[in-house]
Design a protein around this ligand. Structure first.
Ligand SMILES: [Cu+2]
Length: 241
């Protein structure tokens, strides 16, 4: 190839590459004899004291009293609500579920709703301001800004793509106490625990995996798990620090 041609080809590639969709590396396929990894997330350590929050501004919307924000949601039998559970580095498996609507993160009464959610890599997150005050919704992935949105208007909605996997910590630059979490997953084997701490990951191809559980107070806990075809495996994950 003459040098001019090579140069042209290089320029075309350089222009096209940033437009290519972000490959997650995950391949959806038909799962034969899929297994189920299910169980419960618990925390058997001493529960941490709630975080005390006193709104210092916009009190007519944010409230004026002291707020007690639990750092971990525990039932009487130590079950953990709102823990994120997922399988790490799965290359192929079941198809992604079709979301009924774009996942949303709402600024509501100076809190993030939901407090914790899981979103597929490459999908949009719609950030919503339901309050009649300015929120500045700021998401960080490993301290790097993923989105940073000044939202002065009630009813405002902005969609932002989540291009990279991992844990996104969401803060509000206008209200220092606001805190939310979005875990961006690379495969559809994930769950957020309900009040009873239960989770179930279905249609898992037979094989060996690392099951990861995350909760904002405890951080990450990894458990190795191997499943055979059609096996139903039950695991209790203790997040105790
Ligand atoms: Cu705010």
């Amino acid at each position: 190839m003459p040098p001019a041609r090579i140069l042209t080809a290089t320029i075309v590639l350089a222009v096209l590459l940033p437009l290519a969709p972000q490959a997650s590396g995950y391949e959806a396929t038909t799962v034969v004899d899929g297994a189920t990894i299910q169980g419960k997330v618990v925390f058997t350590g001493p529960p941490p004291p709630p975080r005390k929050v006193i709104p210092t501004k916009d009190r007519e919307v944010c409230g004026s009293g002291v707020r007690e924000v639990e750092q971990i949601l525990l039932s009487r039998d130590k079950a953990v609500q709102d823990a994120v559970v997922f399988l790490k580095k799965v290359e192929k498996g079941k198809a992604w579920p079709k979301p009924a609507q774009t996942p949303a993160l709402e600024n509501l009464k100076c809190d993030f709703v939901p407090h914790v959610q899981v979103v597929a890599v490459g999908s949009d997150l719609e950030i919503v301001n339901s309050d009649n005050v300015l929120h500045n919704t700021h998401g960080f992935l490993d301290r790097v800004t993923v989105f940073n949105l000044a939202m002065p208007n009630q009813g405002q909605r902005i969609k932002k793509p989540l291009k990279r996997p991992g844990l996104v910590r969401v803060e509000c630059d206008a209200h220092g106490w606001m805190l939310g979490w979005v875990y961006v997953v690379e495969n559809p084997y994930y769950a957020v625990t309900a009040k009873d701490g239960a989770f179930a990951l279905k249609d898992v191809p037979p094989g060996s995996y690392t099951l990861v559980a995350w909760q904002e107070y405890t951080g990450f806990v990894e458990s190795p798990v191997t499943v055979k075809g059609k096996e139903v495996r039950s695991i209790t994950v203790d997040l105790k620090k």
